[in-house]
Design a protein around this ligand. Structure first.
Ligand code: NDP
Length: 451
């Protein structure tokens, strides 16, 4: 198959600007799996690339809802069901004004390989809406979620497609979505994961992605014969579900996370981030990080408007390990250079594709231990699959059992990625290792299932 960039972009990925981020993800994977493609012609013969980079279906729908002033509001909803070779479609829902088809295609594509790496029976999907939850009342969120599910319920099911949360979608939204699904179908199905514990959610789902990132990093540092995170300064971006739990696990193991950030600015607290305060500000009050200074006047707040030349202040401090956990493309080449200059040894992606291509190249060229999102942040979807298992068997697992299983899965992913990289002649390159290992399993299943 001719995988020349222009051809692929035009014919297979689509040409509109919205698809750029999707193209970036596909391009990275195709480049990275070339050692596998060169070693076995079957992927070419079965046209696996052509088949894998086109979603099974993209569902797009209108959502009309009433705000608190009885104005009719209209948003667009999506579900990209990308590939179900390994199991039911699985992936989060994102509510954010930046959501469009291209971003969701990128996220769903990444999800296929991530889910494959977990070794669990789940396919890849993603969905969401351009609805902005910021500034909406609780009642407006509920009405929007109900309207969203009125359409979405037609396309999902416990053996078909099981959505979860993502940016802007947490336990509150999943609860409202689940309530509406139940009302429409009269069925108490495990059709969503990330549910509150009281009606079928799994313990540890909120912590899973963040804790998993740290477990992966610990294993990677061990395999690469670097010093552990204990006692080390860490830079974390974001202040959402992933970032908070990366910070929590870092504190538990004796590391010192000194930063966090949101879309308005960043906090640097050299004594270590005050996690209870951060949780109160972000989880309970959805407040700006600037309010952190009311309690810790010694900390430093830098608003986004003071960031210089696209360099984010969060990546311009001395640290041993960095954890980008906010959003895509939040770590540029300039940021990567700042981290490297400041002595950073390891970078682990908690967010999906937070580092640009150029930043990743810089890390790899400087032998930084780099853990790509599809491997490092797979803990969330792994525990989501545990939630599906618990729902299907009407059982409840305790926290320690789930934590143990999560740690094991993250360590297994790390070892498999490292070993695959070695087997294909790119030892130490966790990007290529993750892409090859994730792709191979899905591709082999697609071949075995026929066209
Ligand atoms: P949340 O909505 O809980 O948090 C997102 C955080 O990122 C918020 O602090 C938000 O700030 C900040 N943020 C958003 N946009 C920007 C920006 N442009 N610049 C700086 N900060 C920004 O989302 P999650 O923590 O769930 O998700 C974060 C990332 O992790 C996403 O890429 C997601 O896809 C990925 N991920 C999440 C998983 C999960 O289990 N939740 C699983 C795997 C991946 P503000 O509060 O101001 O909006």
């Amino acid at each position: 198959m001719d995988i020349s960039q222009e051809n692929m972009k035009k014919n297979l990925v689509g040409d509109c600007a919205q698809n750029n981020v999707f193209f970036q993800a596909v391009q990275e994977v195709l480049y990275s799996i070339s050692p596998l493609l060169n070693s076995d012609d079957k992927y070419n013969r079965y046209a696996i690339l052509e088949r894998l980079i086109v979603p099974d279906r993209v569902i797009k729908f209108k959502i009309s809802w009433l705000d608190d002033n009885n104005n009719i509001r209209v948003n667009t909803g999506y579900r990209v069901q990308f590939n179900n070779a390994l199991g039911p479609y699985k992936g989060g829902l994102r509510f954010h004004p930046s959501v469009n088809e291209g971003i969701l295609k990128f996220l769903a594509f990444e999800q296929i390989l991530k889910n494959s790496l977990t070794g669990l029976p789940i396919g890849g999907a993603k969905g969401g809406s351009d609805f902005d939850p910021k500034g909406k009342s609780d009642f407006e969120i509920m009405k929007f979620c109900s309207a969203f599910m009125t359409e979405l319920h037609k396309y999902i099911g416990p053996r078909i497609d099981v959505p979860a949360g993502d940016i802007g979608v947490g336990a509150r939204e999943i609860g409202y979505l689940f309530g509406e699904y139940k009302k429409i179908t009269s069925s108490y199905d495990g059709v969503l994961t990330g549910k509150p514990y009281m009606f079928g959610g799994s313990l540890m789902r909120p912590e899973a992605t963040g804790y998993g990132v740290v477990y992966f990093t610990q294993k990677m540092l061990e395999l690469e014969k670097k010093e552990s995170l204990v006692g080390k300064i860490c830079a974390v971006s974001g202040a959402g579900k992933v970032a908070l739990h990366v910070i929590e696990k870092l504190l538990q193991i004796g590391a010192i996370p000194v930063t966090c950030s949101d879309s308005r600015g960043m906090i640097y607290d050299r004594r270590g981030v005050d996690l209870p305060l951060l949780k109160e500000l972000k989880l309970q009050n959805r407040a700006s990080l600037e309010r952190y200074l009311e309690f810790h006047p010694d900390a430093k707040y830098t608003p986004v408007s003071d960031y210089e030349d696209g360099e984010r202040a969060v990546w311009n401090i001395q640290c041993y390990a960095a954890f980008p956990c906010a959003t895509q493309n939040e770590l540029s080449e300039a940021d990567a250079k700042n981290l490297i200059t400041n002595g950073c040894v390891s970078v682990s992606e908690g967010a999906n594709m937070p580092s640009t291509h150029e930043a990743i190249d810089s890390f790899l060229n400087h032998n930084i231990c780099f853990a790509p999102a599809k491997a490092a942040n797979a803990g969330g979807v792994a525990v989501s699959e545990f939630e599906m298992s618990q729902n299907a068997s009407m059982q409840r697992w305790d926290f320690d059992k789930i934590d143990e299983k999560l740690k094991l899965i993250m360590e297994q992913i790390c070892k498999r990625v490292a070993l695959t990289a070695k087997d294909y002649g790119v030892e130490g390159n966790y990007v290529d290792g993750a892409n090859i290992a994730g792709f191979k399993k899905v591709a082999d299943a697609m071949i075995a299932e026929g066209i």
